[in-house]
Design a protein around this ligand. Structure first.
Ligand code: GLN
Length: 190
């Protein structure tokens, strides 16, 4: 099994390390050529945390946005963390432009304000158990469509969800030692 990790910007190396711990091969996708070369051998795709506006711009500049969107729509499992979640959302509050826009969720960026911008907690994640959660200026999922399953709630806010082949978290599972959420994603890819 091979998992592609979008490596335009942000925390992609950390995802590679978690996959290595799980014994899963990964490839960095830095441009359209990488994506085209590996597309047919990929079992899944990870969109890391970082800065969603920058990643969205790079995806467009490199003509990667539409091919990735099509791959996800045709069923390629995808795991979006933090900015990766924002990339997948169909609607982003207080801005007109969405990016890959395949997942039926509305998200609010930088929703925790200055004080609570970054924090650590532990909470239950459906199908996984109690896991550590590191938030870094993360988004909040303010509403979900009917096919979206809510997996975790923190402070009354949705912080993890799944819709068919799409898994998202507003926190960073790749920044803790707990590898169970990645394991959950790998099972989606099998
Ligand atoms: N605040 C970032 C954004 O809006 C996301 C933060 C992150 O990925 N850690 O894109």
């Amino acid at each position: 099994m091979k998992i592609g990790i979008l490596a335009l910007q942000g925390a992609f190396v950390e995802h590679e390390k978690v996959l290595a711990k799980l014994g899963v091969e990964s490839v960095e996708l830095r441009n359209l050529e990488d994506f085209q070369q590996y597309r047919s051998s990929l079992s899944g795709l990870i969109l890391p945390g970082g800065e969603s506006t920058t990643m969205g711009k790079l995806l467009r500049d490199q003509d990667m946005l539409l091919p990735i969107r099509e791959a996800i729509l045709s069923g390629l499992p995808v795991f979006g963390t933090c900015a990766g979640l924002i990339l997948l959302a169909k609607e982003i509050t207080s801005q007109e432009e969405s990016h890959i826009a395949t997942m039926d969720i509305v998200v609010e960026r930088n929703a925790y304000g200055r004080q609570l911008g970054s924090f650590y907690t532990e909470a239950d994640c459906k199908g996984v158990g109690k896991i550590p959660m590191t938030f870094i200026r993360g988004p909040i999922i303010s509403s979900v469509g009917e096919d979206v399953e809510v997996l975790a709630i923190v402070n009354n806010q949705i912080v993890a969800a799944q819709e068919k082949n799409m898994l998202v978290t507003s926190f960073h599972p790749e920044l803790t030692d707990d590898i169970r959420l990645h394991e959950y994603f790998i099972n989606m890819c099998n």
